[in-house]
Design a binder for this molecule. Structure first.
Ligand code: SAM
Length: 260
C-alpha cells in the first residue's frame, strides 16, 4: 500500500516508520510511504506556507496554493487516490474505518499545522476528513502516523502472526479478553487455570465470555452493535444480574430484544 503524506515536518516520520511492524511492512513491500514537504511548493523566497486569517483573530492559516500545487504534482487534481485531510473536525478514526482503508492500494493524507487550513482546501481538494479523537494536537503528523499504523497492521502479511489482529479490541465488535504469559504465578497472582488446561474449546468460550464481560464493564456502548450469539446473550444476562451496574437497564433491554 502506498501512502503519500503532505506535511511541513517530514523529518518527524522516519524514526517511527523505521521501527517494528512498519519497518517490516516496508521491507516486505507491503508499505511504501512517500513524504512530501509542502514548503517545496511555496512560491516566495521565504518558502511561506501560512498567512494571517481574514477577519482577524490569532494564529496563522495554511495557504491553499502550496498544498494545491503539491497535490497536483504528486497525485493530480482530481487526485488519483482518496485524499484525507487530518483534522479534529473529521470523522473519528475507528477500527472499521481502518479496515476499509486497508483494502485500498493508495492513500494520501494532508497534515495541518497552526490554526488549520484555508477552507478551500477542505471544500475543493480533499475527499474526506479524519480525526483521531476529540482533542486538539498541534499538527497532523502524529495523526498521520496513527492512521498509517492502524491501516498497515491490517494489511495481510504485515503482522508476524496472521491471526494477530483478529482478536484485537474492536475487530470483532468487543474489547479483547485478558491476556497472560509466564510465569504461571507472579507475586501470588495466578494465571486462570483454564488457560493452562489445554482444552481449546473451553479456552475459546472463557475468552469470549471475558471479552463480553470486559466490554460490558468498560464500553457497554459497543454491545449494541456487536454480533451476539444465544450463548453470548445468556452469559451477558447472567453478568448483568450479578453486577447491577448503572448501565444494566439498557443492556437488559438489548438482551431481551435480541432474544425475541
Ligand atoms: N483550529 C483547528 C480546529 O479547531 O479545528 C485545529 C488546528 S490544530 C492546532 C493543527 C492541525 O493539527 C490540524 O489542522 C490537524 O491537521 C492536526 N490535528 C490536531 N488535532 C487533530 C485530531 N484530533 N485529529 C486529526 N488531526 C488533528
Amino acid at each position: 500500500m502506498l501512502f503519500d503524506v503532505f506535511t511541513l515536518f517530514p523529518e518527524v516520520f522516519p524514526a517511527y516508520l523505521e521501527t517494528s511492524i512498519l519497518k517490516r511492512a516496508k521491507e516486505n513491500d507491503l508499505l511504501e510511504v512517500r513524504l512530501h514537504d509542502i514548503r517545496d511548493w511555496a512560491t516566495d523566497k521565504h518558502r511561506t506556507t501560512d498567512d494571517t486569517p481574514y477577519g482577524g483573530g490569532g494564529g496563522m492559516v495554511m495557504k491553499p496554493e502550496p498544498i494545491f500545487k503539491a497535490v497536483e504534482e504528486v497525485i493530480g487534481i482530481p487526485p488519483s487516490c482518496p485524499l484525507i485531510l487530518l483534522t479534529p473536525q473529521g470523522q473519528t478514526l475507528t477500527q472499521q474505518k481502518a479496515e476499509e482503508l486497508s483494502e485500498l492500494p493508495h492513500l494520501a493524507v494532508i497534515c495541518g499545522r497552526y490554526e488549520g487550513f484555508d477552507e478551500r482546501i477542505r471544500q475543493h481538494l480533499v475527499s474526506e476528513e479524519i480525526s483521531i479523537g476529540d482533542y486538539v494536537l498541534s499538527g497532523g503528523e502524529l495523526p498521520a502516523l496513527i492512521l498509517i499504523e492502524a491501516v498497515t497492521r491490517l494489511i495481510p502479511g504485515a503482522l508476524g502472526d496472521p491471526e494477530g489482529a483478529f482478536d484485537d479490541s474492536f475487530s470483532c465488535g468487543l474489547l479483547e479478553y485478558p491476556q497472560y504469559t509466564r510465569p504461571p504465578a507472579f507475586r501470588g497472582w495466578e494465571v486462570p487455570e483454564i488457560l493452562q488446561s489445554g482444552d481449546h474449546g473451553a479456552i475459546d468460550r472463557w475468552r469470549r465470555n471475558q471479552a463480553l464481560l470486559r466490554t460490558l464493564q468498560k464500553r457497554p456502548d459497543l454491545l449494541f452493535k456487536a454480533d451476539l450469539s444465544d450463548a453470548d446473550l445468556d452469559y451477558l444476562e447472567q453478568a448483568v444480574q450479578e453486577s447491577e451496574t448503572a448501565a444494566s437497564d439498557p443492556i437488559i433491554n438489548l438482551i431481551k430484544k435480541r432474544k425475541e
